[in-house]
Ligand binder design. Structure first.
Ligand code: G4P
Length: 535
């Protein structure tokens, strides 16, 4: 394998959005334009046929592991695209955030009538933390929405990022007929074609200053369009690839995933300007993708809910070197050697055994329970990537045991499942580890926890919602921690790494603490080292 060429042609990305912005629709259309689907409808149909709220329940139903939609791989313009699914709706969980640790760029999907919504904002913050380049796709232009200029402005303000339009919409709602490439000034006009855009939309390419365009749009609309573009060129931020790659600028694309208008330009941009795999920090220094020693890390583990199928799938992102089926790798955490015998890759509709994989690719590994989130697998000497942070939970619960004699098993199960990343466990000194607080980013995590405790640890637990809604890791000066410790209205707990975490009923209570406590800093992401933390 020519590592350099193979790594360079990988485009590993995720779509981030608020539920209902059209992620499923856009995903499907990217597959349609990428040639991985011949007729759109399959992905949506699968989504619609899901009776249960989650893949978990689906898995149980199928008595197998259903992971086909977690990673979609297809080729486009000589690139190998790896699209990682970030579940929304009820499936939303810490996995969604962790998936962003395994991609090299993201497409932020925005509903043209709504602008930036809360979930998008949260996911964008994770991208920013990783300095991920983000492209923005404004969807549903076939419906009336906010003015494009206002959208540019509002995204820029709410995310504190520079916005540069790459293409500009011609009309909106029923009048949305195409887009202009702002750089080349070429116009693409679309034909509506099949309802729902089940097939690639017919495109006509015209020059902006051409008579054909005037004939197509009429004088009034053409002049309006030219005026808008003139305004843009005077008022807009200049495009800079460097700033985009640094995560400081987001290029804007307008379109309608449903009708396929403007889908090709975003896919072209992913192929052309989105970055390939980069070097990744390890505890000892950066590891380049072209390093011929293999390395990868685990960013997601999907356990089987069926008690008869104990195996789990660990999702590994290849960082450097060539992955080959059957290879033996070292697991940094334990120092043990593991043979990767039955690795899987993921295609649009089926799982298949993977023979080899390059940096940027995702490989599914059968895991008998050895692997954890953030684990490094490598050959050729000791290597450990920086861990994957945990994100502040938004839901909290206490555990009530149906059979108190199972307490030890419960503790054991909670410890293991928290290490795997299923749930976060916090211990309050006064109550001890037997009565912990559980935290989750998505409510579904609690359902999964209950099922797994029952199936794997034979523990029937009831989860009682707690009064808390936010948690923050305590950082900054010792005086800040001391202030919190002296207040009876703040609850302090410790996470599994023995770091202080404050729980609160409302976010404003945390703001109040920061404003009052000398030197206190509160973090919504777990620190990767103990530096700057009070003990
Ligand atoms: P999600 O995965 O982000 O949750 O969104 P999804 O694609 O399921 O889309 C949410 C709704 O928005 C769907 O309508 C979908 O058809 C619609 N939608 C997606 N893209 C566009 C677009 O470009 N234009 C318009 N007008 N609508 C769009 P629904 O009524 O909930 O479902 P369905 O019956 O249409 O499937």
């Amino acid at each position: 394998m020519d590592l350099e060429t193979e790594a360079q042609r990988r485009r590993t990305f995720a779509i981030i959005s608020h539920p209902d912005a059209g992620k499923t629709t856009l995903t499907e259309k990217l597959l349609l334009y990428g040639g991985a689907l011949h007729m759109a409808g399959a992905v949506k149909a699968r989504k619609a046929s899901r009776h249960a709220v989650s893949d978990w329940m689906e898995m149980e139903k199928e008595k197998g592991i259903s992971i086909t939609s977690s990673v979609l791989q297809f080729d486009y313009q000589g690139r190998r695209m790896n699209l990682l699914d970030t579940p929304g709706h009820a499936d939303f969980s810490e996995d969604t955030y962790r998936t962003l640790a395994a991609v090299d760029s993201a497409v932020m999907l925005v509903d043209n009538a709504k602008g930036v919504e809360p979930r998008t904002l949260r996911l964008f913050e994770v991208c920013r933390m990783r300095k991920l380049p983000v492209m923005t796709y404004v969807n549903k232009m076939d419906r009336p929405g906010l003015e494009p200029l206002d959208l540019l402005d509002s995204v820029s303000k709410s995310l504190d990022i520079r916005t540069v339009p790459f293409n500009w919409p011609i009309g909106m709602g029923r009048d949305f007929v195409g887009v202009v490439n702002v750089v080349t000034r070429k116009v693409t006009v679309y034909d509506r074609g099949q309802p729902g855009g089940t097939e690639i939309a017919k495109e006509t390419h015209l020059d902006l200053e051409s008579d054909q365009l005037r004939a197509h749009l009429g004088d009034e609309r053409t002049d309006e369009l030219l005026e808008e573009l003139e305004l843009l060129s005077m008022a807009g931020d200049p495009w800079s690839l460097k700033d985009f790659l640094a995560g400081d600028v987001t290029p804007f694309f307008f379109g309608s995933a449903m009708t396929n208008f403007g889908v090709r330009p975003i896919l072209d941009a992913i192929a052309e300007i989105a970055p390939g795999p980069k070097a990744r920090p390890t505890v000892e220094g950066d590891r380049e993708p072209t390093d011929d020693k293999f390395s990868g890390f685990i960013f997601k583990i999907q356990a089987n809910m069926n008690p008869r199928h104990r195996d789990r799938i660990a999702f590994m992102r290849v960082v450097s070197g060539a992955f080959e089926r059957g290879m033996a790798v070292d697991l940094a955490r334990t120092g043990k050697s593991i043979k990767l015998a039955k690795p899987h890759s993921f295609m649009a509709s089926e799982r298949s055994i993977v023979e080899d994989a390059a940096p940027g690719d995702i490989v599914g590994l059968y895991d008998p329970g050895e692997l954890r989130i953030g684990d490094t697998l490598s050959t050729g000497g000791k290597l450990e990537f920086q861990g994957i942070p945990r994100f502040a939970p938004e839901h909290f619960a206490r555990v009530k045991l149906k059979d108190p004699t199972r307490r030890k098993h419960l503790q054991n199960g909670l410890q293991q499942l928290s290490q795997e990343g299923t749930i976060q466990v916090f211990v309050r000194e006064a109550l001890g580890p037997a009565d912990p607080y559980l935290g989750a980013v998505g409510l579904l995590q609690f359902e999964v926890l209950k099922e797994r405790l029952k199936n794997e640890y034979n523990v029937k637990a009831e989860l009682v919602p707690s009064e808390f809604t936010c948690a923050r890791w305590v950082a900054g000066a010792e005086t800040g921690l001391a202030w919190l410790q002296n207040r009876s209205d703040f609850v302090l707990v410790k996470d599994r790494d023995d770091r202080w975490v404050v729980l609160a009923e409302t976010p404003w209570k945390l703001d109040y603490a920061v404003s009052q406590a000398p030197g206190l800093k509160l973090l919504d992401v777990s620190p990767l080292t103990d530096e700057g933390l009070p003990s």
